[in-house]
Design a protein around this ligand. Structure first.
Ligand code: SF4
Length: 361
């Protein structure tokens, strides 16, 4: 078996499946079960170095360290909000950075992770879209974000207390996860089997890439599907998400109906409210009509203004009115509670600030 995922010259352990870790142990002339011990250190104890894997014989640790590294991304910047939200800018081995967010709630701990460096979709209102696209992330880089955040949670835990465990993961950071399909699938498998997260507690959010939605429905029916719709018709969607006009609203809805029929699971529609653009009563009525009869839930996200996009945050009254139209139509609707309001909360802002500083822009 060829073991991929390299960090510089050394191979990264984060991102390898249990079978790959067992094969690695064999390759390094050790018993296969050592692969299981390495998985435990990497995925459940979230260590930084091979040196910390104290139940491995020291000679094996040395051989392993010559060939491999744990391979977690480095923390390039941290922003902590008063509400407990922690935003990390994480640097990959090649110097590229992505953002990840740790979100503690009363009943769960969620984290929002990136699937690509930047994003090729380039939504007109998004800071990530403005900062350009570099490349896909590897499975190790995706899972590494969760492991780094788990470490971050541990740092704040008083001695003697058990550190809180991340219970939910959303692929809603930088990038379109269904454009990086194989990595997303392998990462879900690792998070489920090695890290121990239930599939149902993981959400893949897509901007409406229909072929990817159809594949996901077959390959991972346990996953929660979220669609970043943002507009109830093609004209408005083309303005907000110009690169995705190949898949119209009607086709996206067909793919969602197929997902519900196959999984009997509720689809979440994310709708970012932009002042005077898509937040009027007419759009709310059109959205309500579009979603009528579908097993779904609408999550309204009042826009967090990003400099350079030209879009503004909606007033509280407009958000309330939009919400009212949807709920009166019988739809399940929530308004996203703004987390991390005292830090650069919108996705991509931290990375963009770093890029601007680096280029003196
Ligand atoms: S909103 Fe999402 S899909 Fe759109 S550019 Fe930003 S990261 Fe990409």
């Amino acid at each position: 078996m060829q073991i991929v995922a390299e960090t510089g010259r050394k191979r990264a352990l984060a991102g390898m499946t249990l079978a790959e870790l067992r094969a690695l142990a064999r390759e390094l002339r050790e018993a296969e079960y050592r692969g299981g011990q390495i998985a435990d250190w990497v995925y459940r104890r979230c260590v930084n170095s091979i040196e910390e894997m104290t139940n491995l014989p020291s000679a094996f640790r040395e051989r392993l360290a010559e060939e491999c590294t744990v391979g977690l991304p480095e923390v390039a910047a941290t922003q902590r909000s008063k509400d407990g939200t922690i935003k990390l800018l994480l640097r990959m081995a090649d110097g590229n950075t992505v953002e990840s967010v740790y979100l503690p709630y009363e009943d769960r701990i969620s984290c929002c992770i990136s699937s690509q460096v930047g994003c090729p979709v380039r939504c007109a209102f998004c800071a990530t879209g403005l900062s350009g696209y570099a490349r896909n992330l590897t499975p190790g880089e995706v899972v590494g974000q969760v492991l780094r955040m788990q470490q971050t949670a541990r740092t704040g835990t008083p001695a003697g207390e058990e550190s809180p465990r991340i219970s939910h993961v959303v692929f809603m950071g930088m990038g379109e996860p269904l454009f990086n399909y194989d990595t997303t699938m392998k990462s879900l498998g690792l998070l489920n089997r090695e890290v121990g997260l239930a599939m149902r507690r993981m959400t893949v959010s897509t901007v409406g890439f229909v072929p990817g939605i159809r594949r996901l429905t077959v390959d991972q029916p346990q996953i929660t599907l979220a669609i970043s719709l943002h507009a109830p018709n093609d004209v408005l969607r083309k303005r907000l998400i110009p690169t995705m006009h190949q898949w119209g609203v009607a086709e996206i809805m067909d793919a969602c109906r197929e997902y519900v029929a196959a999984t009997n699971r509720r689809v979440t529609f994310e709708y970012c409210l932009l002042d005077g653009v898509n937040d009027g009563t007419a759009e709310a009525e059109e959205l309500a009509a579009l979603l009528q009869g579908l097993l779904c839930h609408v999550n309204l996200i009042p826009y967090n203004a990003v400099g350079g996009t030209g879009f503004r945050a909606p007033s509280a009254q407009r958000v309330k009115d939009f919400y009212g139209v949807l709920s009166q139509a019988g739809l399940r609707v929530t308004q996203r509670v703004q987390r991390g309001a005292d830090v650069d909360a919108a996705c991509g802002q931290l990375r963009r600030a770093e890029q601007t500083a680096a280029t003196g822009g």
